[in-house]
Write a protein that binds this ligand. Structure first.
Ligand code: NAG
Ligand code: NAG
Ligand code: NAG
Length: 392
């Protein structure tokens, strides 16, 4: 408490009274805070956010898709999002709060090729800390919690859940592997526990969602995580969208997807034999002309880094890239995952959006090659084949 040096000596009693009262107050507060912090009674403890220990928790580990074969070189953002979505669906299904890894692995190949940040420090520094980014720099966890409650595994709440579950022992935590989510929901030994610690598939977390191809069992749409982008990323995307006005968009995936390898006869082969061709400007121009009228603003998101690669498209369209907005993006974008989150948000707002690969029957796509092909290596095709391209 502050005793004003100028306070008149004529009133020493009131100063002493205030002092005594303050000490009493502090003592009472201290007592109350001691009582509140006794962890024995769960109900008395309310962590500083909306999550309380009356909630039940689901933990899948501290790294998406790890431990496993991808621990050192993790997959791209889309792949990890499929895994995260699978985990979030389970939390939703079980009515539990999901404990999110506080960091997300960034594959160096998805960072080296950055247009905005080619600085070497991300690549030269080895290890998890260097090749990962904070989960909450990508996603808005409060926004996400409106649909699936989540906490981070570096939060006070998680620390609290862990200590409490240890105190409760087998009544507090179960370590499970390979047990179906319906069993976790229906069997009493699991349903009442504070914490379920699932060891998810070491290959990829999304392997836990075995019927992920069954549309009626999907609880969170593919668009869920993209639309949960961190607020500063959404705000930047909104500004760019406002600037673009009425626009269409294409996502051109080249990079790793167009790589070829030689067969035993020394002939180049590819898993996506038409992709290199179909993602070149002249072929894009022909393919999209039936969907995107001349004169439209076309936003291009791509991992192609050759300068001017898409310039031929400017014969018909007003082209825009995220690089047009580097003065807006540079201060907030730290890695390519964040950049892609912004680009994805912009693409979602396009009037007509054309993907590289068709993912859905209603999708427009640049190529007819299937996205998922891990086995059949074919000879790449670089020119029109019989009848194709006749309309251009
Ligand atoms: C979860 O289970 C795995 C495997 O049993 C174990 O290694 C890990 O320490 C557990 N994590 C927690 C937070 O209990
Ligand atoms: C698809 O999922 C629904 C809902 O979970 C389930 O009732 C149905 O049996 C599943 N169908 C197949 C073919 O697995
Ligand atoms: C984006 O930048 C390119 C040059 O890099 C320019 O031709 C184009 O007009 C710009 N687009 C917009 C929408 O400002």
């Amino acid at each position: 408490m502050a005793i004003h040096p100028k306070s008149r000596l004529a009133k020493p009693r009131s100063s002493i009274f205030i002092l005594t009262a303050s000490i009493a107050c502090i003592a009472v507060l201290y007592l109350v805070s001691c009582l509140v912090s006794v962890p024995a009674s769960i109900q008395n403890v309310v962590p500083p956010n909306r999550h309380t220990l009356q909630d039940k928790y689901l933990y899948w580990g501290s790294r998406i898709d790890c431990p496993g074969k991808h621990c050192d070189s993790c997959e791209g953002l889309g792949h990890q999002e499929s895994s995260l979505r699978c985990a979030l669906e389970e939390a939703l299904f079980l009515g539990r709060t999901f404990v999110m890894p506080s960091r997300l692995c960034i594959n160096p190949i998805h960072n080296k090729k950055g247009i905005l940040h080619q600085s070497g420090n991300m690549v030269s520094e080895e290890g998890w800390a260097a090749n990962s980014c904070a989960m909450d720099s990508l996603y808005d966890l409060d926004f996400m919690s409106n649909t699936v409650p989540v906490i981070l595994d570096n939060s006070k709440t998680w620390h609290h859940v862990l200590t409490t579950s240890m105190k409760l022992g087998s009544r507090g935590i179960a370590h499970v592997e390979g047990i179906s989510r319906t069993d976790l929901q229906n069997q009493k030994i699991y349903s009442n526990l504070l914490l379920i610690n699932r060891t998810a598939s070491p290959l990829s977390w999304f392997m836990e969602c075995k019927d992920r191809n069954n549309r009626s069992s999907i609880m969170l749409p593919y668009s869920f995580l993209p639309s949960m982008a961190a607020k500063k990323l959404r705000d930047a995307a909104e500004k760019i969208k406002a600037h673009l006005g009425d626009y269409d968009a294409i996502h051109v995936r080249r990079g790793d997807k167009i790589k070829t390898r030689k067969d035993r006869f020394g002939v180049d082969r590819s898993l996506h034999p038409h992709l290199d061709r179909d993602t070149r400007a002249e072929f894009i121009l022909c393919r999209i002309s039936k969907w995107v009228p001349r004169g439209r603003t076309l936003f291009i998101a791509s991992n192609e880094r050759t300068p001017g690669f898409f310039s031929p498209l400017s014969a018909r369209y007003k082209l825009a890239y995220s690089s047009n907005y580097s003065s807006l993006l540079d201060p907030i974008i730290e890695n390519n995952y964040q950049l892609f989150m912004v680009e994805r948000f912009i693409m979602m707002g396009a009037k007509t959006f054309i993907r590289t690969f068709k993912e859905d029957d209603t999708d427009l796509s640049l190529t007819d090659d299937p996205k998922k092909n891990t086995k059949i290596w074919q000879i790449p095709v670089y020119s029109w084949e019989g009848g194709e391209g006749g309309n251009c």
